[in-house]
Write a protein that binds this ligand. Sequence first.
Ligand code: FPP
Length: 296
Amino acid sequence: MVKTSDLLKPANREEAELLEKLDLKRLPNHIAIIMDGNGRWAERRHLPRVAGHRAGVKAARVVIESCARLHIPCLTLYAFSLENWRRPRAEVDFLMRLLREYLKREMPLIQRNNIRLLVIGRSSELPEGVREDIREAMRLTARNTGMKLVIALNYGGRAELADAFNALLDHVRANGLAAFRADEKTISNHLYTAGLPDPDLLIRTSGEMRVSNFLLWQIAYAELYVTEELWPDFSRARLLDALVDFQRRERRYGGLGAGHGSTPGGSASAAPAGHLEKAKPRRRLNPENMHRSGRG
Ligand code: FPP
């Protein structure tokens, strides 16, 4: 039962107008976000890169709470990739400290919003202190029944697939299953995301048109939404923009779409016929953002 007090309340006229346009019954089941542009946000203000990461945490807080209050079942944030170890040591150390600080400082907000925290990635390679804090945060939120907040940490999509294949091979060898054959379901069940719905919306900030080794298997049918906003500037209104845009898309899953029969596969928002519009690519090019990206 949804209590109206838990629902998202608009903070201003722009949010109210965007909320008006949203059909709350057709929201994505799983939003995945590549939070890019913290460094550029800081550089443009002549601040150290780490100031951009701090501002990025604030943006994450707003998006997390907004998604929880919209009753989005699952939100995955790409916080640290396997490739991010190539950054200067001081920046990596800062990001690890920021994450530990986040897990402690944001716990009241996470609990208040009934959020269950999960972490995906090669966590065994993370510093012991970070692992301890992750275990504790997962333990504290294990009984929460609201949105699943998945933090991708020391994560790489190809590494996830390699880990899944090796887990399957171990299973085959341990049980002497000479005739074993894998299918899509077996593979999904051995990914870090086993049991979670596949993302139906992938958002990337700061304009780069890449998936950067993020959830490679799981985003097979996701709608992609790339915005020029740098991550620290990604506000609640910009999240609502992405959701409104998502609801305008026609999701065909390789079929023919509305009026041509059923849409196989995927559990995501099946838009009622008559409400469907052709997908409009939404990307305004901003040459300022095109020079480089820290996300590979
Ligand atoms: C990209 O900016 C962002 C990251 C490397 C991830 C760090 C994310 C945060 C600090 C947000 C916090 C989220 C949580 C939940 C702890 P970039 O440095 O790649 O930017 P650039 O491409 O402009 O250099």
